[in-house]
Design a protein around this ligand. Structure first.
Ligand SMILES: [Zn+2]
Length: 152
């Protein structure tokens, strides 16, 4: 990465209150479209499908993990240091929300998927989002800051 690139990245940084985030996680973008055939060959569609399903009702598994990875924006973090917000499901279970993009697309290390393998990551980005995600396009992510509004 050149110094200019680094400076531009820092200029675009907009951290939410108390949240240290890396808006451009290193390594993005990756050419997910080019890697997808290899991901299908290596892992198979069913494996990618099952991995995607683990992003729901994963609150307890997040608590047992040392790494979480957002398959939408590519944010990787230690949930013990930066616990994600949890959304309560109808059945009483909880689903973790990405601290950066707030989507319910977190994969947990305790589930055993190869969260640092670019071929797996490319496969998930293509299978889940058709490549329309920051992992593939490298566009910056602005952290969502929640505001309370009152409605009559
Ligand atoms: Zn995210």
């Amino acid at each position: 990465m050149s110094t200019d690139d680094k400076n531009q990245r820092d200029d675009n940084r907009q951290d939410g209150p108390g949240l240290e985030v890396e808006l451009y996680p290193d390594g993005w973008p990756i050419d997910t479209r080019a890697l997808y055939p290899l991901a299908l060959e290596r892992f198979g569609e069913e494996y990618l499908h099952q991995a995607g399903r683990t992003s729901l009702r994963n609150g307890q598994r997040i608590a047992q993990s040392e790494c979480c990875f957002c398959m939408y924006c590519g944010y990787r973090f230690d949930p013990r240091e930066n616990p994600p917000a949890l959304m309560r499901e109808r059945d009483g279970s909880t689903t973790g929300l990405c601290p950066l993009c707030q989507l319910d697309m977190l994969l947990c290390s305790v589930d055993g998927y190869p969260l640092t393998d670019p071929v797996f990551i490319a496969g998930m980005a293509e299978y889940t989002f058709n490549g329309y995600c920051p992992i593939a396009d490298g566009k910056p992510i602005k952290p969502i800051v929640w505001k309370t509004i009152e409605v009559d």
